[in-house]
Design a protein around this ligand. Structure first.
Ligand code: HEC
Length: 134
């Protein structure tokens, strides 16, 4: 009876250390996946082209804003402090402005004309302005 108790204890301790080993391996395998992501700069360049076609009418060709219309997006606390994921949702949904000029959903374009992929590129373009970096 005494011996069996001892045996169980040894097995449990061995089990715990095995699980510890597995956790370590999982972490190291995530590095190659991150390397496959497209470069931020290539995305930003493409995003600049999309911006000129879909956002510049209200935010200006240089994204510095237009009076009584879209605000400056090159030095925007909102763009700086909002995650890329939440900015995608923001552009999809737009913003109602009671008594003022709204930001239309997708800038007024359909999903066919301005797919999510293109919005993601525009966001990379906007996040790349020095005024929007943390
Ligand atoms: C029809 C005009 C119009 C178009 C087109 C447009 N916007 Fe806007 N956008 C606005 C206006 C007006 C506001 C300000 C809304 C407000 O006062 O809250 C705004 C606000 C924003 C903001 C929030 C800025 C801040 O500091 O709060 C972001 C980000 C933005 N637009 C991104 C875009 C992107 C990206 C596109 C192109 C896909 C786009 N907009 C197209 C009119 C437009």
């Amino acid at each position: 009876m005494k011996l069996m108790t001892k045996g169980c204890l040894v097995a449990c301790v061995a089990g715990v250390s095995l699980f510890g080993g597995c956790g370590g391996e999982g972490e190291s395998s995530s590095a190659p996946a991150a390397a496959k992501k497209p470069s931020v700069n290539a995305m930003a360049v493409k995003g600049g082209l999309v911006f000129k076609k879909t956002c510049a009418t209200c935010h200006g060709g240089d994204a510095k804003g237009m009076e009584n219309n879209g605000p400056d997006l090159t030095a925007s606390e909102f763009v700086r402090d909002t995650s890329a994921e939440d900015l995608l949702t923001y552009v999809q949904v737009g913003r109602e402005v009671p008594g003022g000029v709204p930001m239309p959903p997708r800038g007024g374009f359909t999903e066919e004309m301005l797919p999510d992929d293109d919005i993601v590129k525009v966001i990379a373009y906007l996040k790349n302005f020095p005024g929007n970096k943390p």
